[in-house]
Design a protein around this ligand. Structure first.
Ligand code: HEC
Ligand code: HEC
Length: 226
């Protein structure tokens, strides 16, 4: 019952594209998950790699718009998007590499923040205390030991009085598997999900990077039991 109401919300959020979205996100085999972390791009990087070498010569007084600081770039974003990414008419005569265009696009897509809010590094899974380093493929037993037992089973256990899905056995976890990534990362693609659907609930200890990687790799490696 609870599961189905959540499911409807996710379908609305994802426009029924949930499965596809997940496969896309997971498609880069063995790539660390957050290799390109959109929130790790700051204005500083855009300035250094794109604006200074490719725009400033013409856009610091000579031609409109002036692009000499964050505010100016930010106010010209729509036009930049149009001319650099869509029409590719800028920079004049010297198009950006596709990598730089992709970086710019990603930066704009998350709202062109002045400062990065997350680290670019994907921390390699640091072993959780008392657990051996994680090896691939990640199996259910790894996921259970590193994620479910420490962070979920206190509430999601067999026969709990609220009827929550047990996170103790493979079959039961598989029955809600498509909710795990959005609930635990708090996002479907770039869209945040409602606070009250995040897991573990906002008041609990947040998941570590290692735990999130364990989830992602378990999914990526085929959600295997053993
Ligand atoms: C060689 C000079 C030159 C360089 C380099 C250059 N521009 Fe331009 N830009 C111009 C000129 C000239 C115009 C005026 C419109 C035109 O002639 O196309 C212009 C216009 C624009 C506009 C306004 C378009 C509109 O719709 O009003 C934007 C936005 C822009 N440039 C962004 C950039 C960005 C971002 C870069 C770097 C990635 C860049 N330009 C690099 C010369 C340049
Ligand atoms: C503090 C208790 C608590 C913890 C810890 C917790 N949950 Fe939940 N979980 C809930 C409650 C309560 C609901 C029902 C929410 C609702 O109905 O709105 C829920 C719902 C869910 C659901 C929807 C299916 C169902 O059983 O209702 C999933 C999937 C889920 N949680 C996964 C997890 C995962 C994965 C973790 C660990 C990363 C976790 N939860 C940790 C309390 C918890």
């Amino acid at each position: 019952m609870k599961t189905s109401s959540l499911f409807i919300i996710f379908l609305v959020l994802t426009g029924c594209n949930f499965k596809r979205l997940r496969t896309q996100e997971l498609s880069q085999e063995n790539e660390p998950y957050f290799k390109v972390n959109a929130f790790s791009i700051s204005y500083d990087q855009i300035q250094k790699n794109i604006i200074a070498p490719s725009c400033i010569a013409c856009h610091s007084g000579k031609h409109e718009p002036s692009l000499t600081n964050y505010q100016e770039v930010f106010s010209a974003l729509k036009k930049i998007d149009q001319s650099v990414l869509k029409e590719k008419s800028m920079p004049k005569r010297k198009p950006l590499s596709s990598e730089l265009r992709a970086t710019l696009k990603t930066w704009i897509s998350v709202g062109a923040p002045e400062f990065a809010t997350e680290s670019a590094e994907t921390p390699s899974p640091t072993p959780t205390p008392n657990l051996p380093p994680l090896s691939r493929p990640v199996l259910f037993a790894d996921f259970k030991a590193r994620v479910l037992e420490p962070s979920c089973v206190s509430c999601h256990n067999q026969g709990n009085k609220d009827g929550l899905t047990s996170m103790e056995d493979y079959t039961s976890v598989k029955s809600v598997v498509e909710f795990l990534l959005p609930m635990m990362t708090g996002k479907v693609g770039n869209d945040p999900i409602p606070e009250d659907q995040r897991m573990p609930p906002p008041k609990s200890t947040p998941l570590t990077e290692d735990q999130l990687n364990t989830l992602k790799w378990w999914l990526e490696d085929g959600e295997k039991d053993q």
